[in-house]
Design a protein around this ligand. Sequence first.
Ligand SMILES: [Zn+2]
Ligand SMILES: [Zn+2]
Length: 174
Amino acid sequence: MIIDLHELLQEDNGNRSYHLQLEADVFETSTASYKIKDYDLQLSFHNEGKKHISSRCEGFVVLEIPCDRCLEPVDYKIDIDYFKDLDMNKTAEEKIAELDEDYYLEGTSFDTEVLIHNEVLVNLPMKVLCRENCKGICNRCGANLNLGSCKCDDAELDPRMSKILDIFNQFKEV
Ligand SMILES: [Zn+2]
Ligand SMILES: [Zn+2]
């Protein structure tokens, strides 16, 4: 949604508040795409005077992210708590020079989709696990080892490999 702040800019002490409706139902990054399962986002603006508008967005987005080990979908909640003072005196050139680019703000047009995308992106976890001790999938048959062991057991291991495993296990016991 695009919100035009032009009118608010004329109202000293004016306020605006929005309950956001996202247009997309998937969250895209350069490498992945996650289903948006749920969200609740409240965006508000306050005219602070002297062409400054403070903006705040609070809420959460729930994304369906595959477990890093077993690939089962996990509902992952990302809390959003954004606050920024928008200085509407600055020109686009000044903002670029100061590395203070609000990609969601163009003139007085505030793009809520871009804001939320940025905020979710910076809060994305490096990896998500379905449980702390997820056993992952068997790298031979692909079975989900959380649901039980598969048939590729140690018996099939090359005897030389078992020796190495024995040594490895000795170390673990120390
Ligand atoms: Zn898992
Ligand atoms: Zn297996």
